[in-house]
Design a protein around this ligand. Structure first.
Ligand SMILES: Nc1ncnc2c1ncn2[C@@H]1O[C@H](COP(=O)(O)OP(=O)(O)O)[C@@H](O)[C@H]1O
Ligand SMILES: [Mg+2]
Length: 465
């Protein structure tokens, strides 16, 4: 059994799907064709024999009638002619046999029929080298068996002719099946072949811009392969987008890293010739070097965080935004002692939980709070608020700084975007891009606005459920 399975598996591995489908389809059709021919052969043979036997019984009846009316009459006992039956009457006791020998073979069963001990039956014999079909029955009211024979050459040659014709038809059926199988597999698998070719082209060129051509047709009534091709195209589109996004990120990052790295190198070179600097110059250069190193480190860390887009599923848990906000505000108070942070949570929002990764959501909040503190005037208040709305949860961070100019509003979430006025302050322009990315990964919406009365207002909305 295992050997047979091994063979099958090897066959499947070696042959392309198209060949296997063609062979399977052909075999199925061929089997049906051959089966029908074989059945037709047996039915024809049976019918022809039956017809002969029907003829034999009729002849026997006629002869029996004649025997009763006019006594014994000679049939063609030699079975010489095709259409003329040969007839002989055989007594139950061999002692009463006529003098001439019987033309048809006589045995105990024939005698038993004559004596009424055996039912009438058909038999196959050969007389003078010719096949004959014999019917043996009892003559009523007499101890005689009637043997009626007809040459069955016609049946034999008819059956042979039928066999030949059916063999030809069956052979043609098998050939037709092979052709059909090939055609079915070709047309059936053509879309799959196109799909394979595209996939192979993408694998070879590593270019996700290729698409599979979809047959034009009413939407919603596509076959499975077309649907597969459509999803394949969708997947390619997403792949292309993601590849483009990664490329853009790398390009942006290398561009943005160039300036701080140049400054770093300048300061490092300066410090390498430290013997020619005054102590004050040295201190300034090493201070700048340390600051720049920290900036580059933050930038690189932010980039790494930005580069991963999906939240890792195992880290997702039910988090309570009220508690997260409390912690984030606490931490911000530590970082920015001169700023007054206030946190207000409405009663209904305290217990609400959302699915999320706590560390990432904390990062989002600290990015918002850092910006608010950074752009606030010294001592300025930063107000945070968490409220339960009809369709979810809303968290706002509001400061009393310069706010965001209308021209900058559409861009503040872009990577590396910093408003003209913000350039003097430390930062990389990645904070809000990351914040929005985290929000999206949590199916939340992060928006920026100008607060009524001045300052910036950031709003984070979690959908309900
Ligand atoms: N609270 C705020 N008040 C005013 N402008 C802001 C505020 N938050 C963000 N911005 C603007 O959005 C830009 C992008 O912010 P962000 O991505 O955090 O970068 P960074 O803080 O490194 O400058 C900032 O440079 C600034 O122009
Ligand atoms: Mg920032």
């Amino acid at each position: 059994m295992s050997g047979r399975r091994g063979l099958g598996a090897r066959w499947r591995r070696r042959r392309p799907l198209r060949t296997r489908l063609a062979v399977a389809a052909s075999a199925a059709v061929a089997l049906v064709a051959v089966g029908i021919c074989v059945a037709a052969f047996f039915i024809t043979r049976d019918q022809m024999t039956r017809q002969l036997e029907f003829h034999l019984t009729q002849t026997a009846n006629q002869y029996a009638q004649q025997y009763r009316e006019t006594g014994p009459s000679a049939g063609d006992t030699g079975c010489r002619y095709l259409a003329v039956p040969c007839v002989q009457a055989v007594p139950a006791a061999p002692s009463r046999d006529p003098r001439e020998p019987y033309a048809l073979r006589v045995d105990d069963t024939v005698r038993a029929v004559a004596a009424g001990r055996h039912a009438p039956y058909y038999d196959q014999q050969t007389v003078a080298g010719r096949p004959v079909r014999v019917y043996v029955t009892k003559l009523r009211d007499r101890d005689l068996a009637l043997q009626v024979a007809l040459r069955s050459d016609t049946v034999r040659s008819g059956v042979q002719k039928a066999a030949k014709a059916l063999a030809v038809v069956g052979g043609a059926g098998v050939l037709l099946a092979a052709g059909l199988g090939y055609w079915v597999s070709r047309t059936g698998l053509a879309p799959v072949a196109r799909l394979t070719a595209t996939a192979e082209r993408i694998a070879a060129t590593r270019d996700a811009r290729h698409r599979i051509e979809l047959p034009a047709g009413p939407p919603g009534r596509e076959d499975e392969v077309t649907r597969l091709a459509a999803s394949f195209n969708t997947m390619l589109g997403e792949l292309e987008q993601s590849v483009a996004a990664q490329r853009r990120l790398v390009a942006d990052a290398s561009h943005e890293l160039r300036t701080p790295l140049t400054a770093l190198r300048t300061n490092a070179e300066l410090l390498a010739r430290a013997d020619r600097l005054t102590a004050a110059q040295r201190d300034r250069a090493s201070g700048a070097l340390g600051r720049q190193l920290r900036e580059v480190t933050t930038l690189v860390n932010d980039l790494i965080e930005l580069a991963r887009d999906e939240e890792p599923q195992p880290l997702v848990e039910q988090v309570r935004p009220a508690a997260l906000l409390e912690h984030a505000v606490e931490a911000a108070r530590g970082h920015w002692p001169e700023i007054t942070f206030t946190a207000r949570t409405d009663g209904a929002a305290t217990r609400v939980t959302v699915p999320g990764v706590p560390a990432r959501l904390s990062r989002l909040l600290s990015n918002l709070l850092d910006n608010a503190a950074k752009f606030s005037p010294p001592g300025g208040p930063v107000e945070t608020e968490l409220t339960a709305t009809g369709d979810g949860l809303e968290l706002t961070v509001r400061d009393h700084g310069p706010g965001i100019a209308a021209a900058d509003l559409p861009h503040v979430f872009d990577r590396f975007y910093r408003a003209e006025t913000a350039r003097a302050l430390p930062g990389s322009g990645l904070g809000l891009a990351m914040a929005r990315q985290i929000a999206r990964a949590h199916r939340a919406e992060l928006t920026a606005a100008q607060a009524p009365g001045g300052g910036a207002l950031f709003r984070l909305r979690f959908p309900a459920g």
